[in-house]
Design a protein around this ligand. Sequence first.
Ligand SMILES: *Cc1c(COP(=O)(O)O)cnc(C)c1O
Length: 417
Amino acid sequence: MASEALPAADGPAEASALDAADPLRAHRDAFVGAQTPLVYFDGNSLGRPLRASVDGAAAFVRDEWGGRLIRGWDEEWMSLPVTLGDQLGRVCLGAEPGQTVIGDSTTVLLYKLLRAAFDAVHGSDPARVQIVVDRDNFPTDRYLVESIAAERGGQVRWIEADPDAGVTADALRAAVGGQTAVVLLSHIAYRSGYLADAADLTRIAHDAGALIVWDLCHSVGAAPVDADAWQFDLAVGCTYKYLNGGPGAPAFAYVARRHLGVLDQPIHGWMGAADVFAMAPEYAPASDARRFLSGTPPITGMLPLRDALALIEQVGISAIRAKSVALTEFAIRLADAWLAPLGVRVASPRDCARRGGHVTLAHPAMRAVTARLWAQDVIPDYRDPDGLRIGLSPLSTSFAEVATGLQRVAEALRELG
Ligand SMILES: *Cc1c(COP(=O)(O)O)cnc(C)c1O
């Protein structure tokens, strides 16, 4: 969409009109703190809590943990990683039941899936030694690829992607072939917000005979994912970003049914065993998705996620995505009108079909700008080398917040830039 110059005075008026017409506006009331003047631009890093989660946590401690004690494991908690996983799969991933589990951190689950995938492919075809990943992927993703390659005698094949965009079909096609074991990509790039065509890239990896692991941290809950239809092999993602699970909430893993009984994840713990309470002398993995679990599931950490999934199910991902696009479109128009004259570059895709839920604004002064904004209760985040990330969480962010926040960015740049 072409941007038109927007006089500064029109920004707040347009924001009010957009808020008044927003079909999701009523849901902001469901979030703690969304009614205060604070401007929150970091729901892509740590989502706001739902009010329901406040009462839910207290009730859980009092009634379930306090009242049921160890009986709670039999009554509900043992099954929660798979029942909640199924719900997340249905609501956010386009996944049939039985393929999604809630478990460890994203980092640990990614290690387990990536290593299982590498071992399976490399084990059946020793010429397939490479793990393909892009140079601008999130640090944990890059570090894991390097450590698994070192641990298993593999190699890393780097894709050099445009940091203002992401991995294109041509770039992936050029990187995969008879030496590829596994590809690891982020569906939405954490820095630029580039939204990859996951169905197309999955097809390219498969045509090369490789498996693909998708990191959905920045798309789950904000953008449509159709894991089964898009033929995903494996995927992981956070629940504390757009899924409002709270700091350190456990991540999810998706394993396509065709891989379930086959892949061997490396952290063999009792919770992944076929019969947990058999306390058997040797490890025999469960035949279903539970085999991707290792230790005792973090139940208290899963509670807020239940509330968020209930709300997302009620609203629907397509309505959430529509608001997400409208928010980022508005942010880019304001950035063009107010910030471009101050030397700011939009370091995110301008085509909304290729853009996720956040917008990165680049300028050499952004580190100092971020510190100043935080002190004024305007909370974006900063990513090296010069990016201010504006994360717009469709259920809890208003258009007025976008206008106020970007006005403060302009003021800060005038003083610091
Ligand atoms: C946030 C994020 C992670 C975080 O992993 P943790 O193990 O939860 O720290 C991983 N990958 C991507 C792409 C992320 O955006």
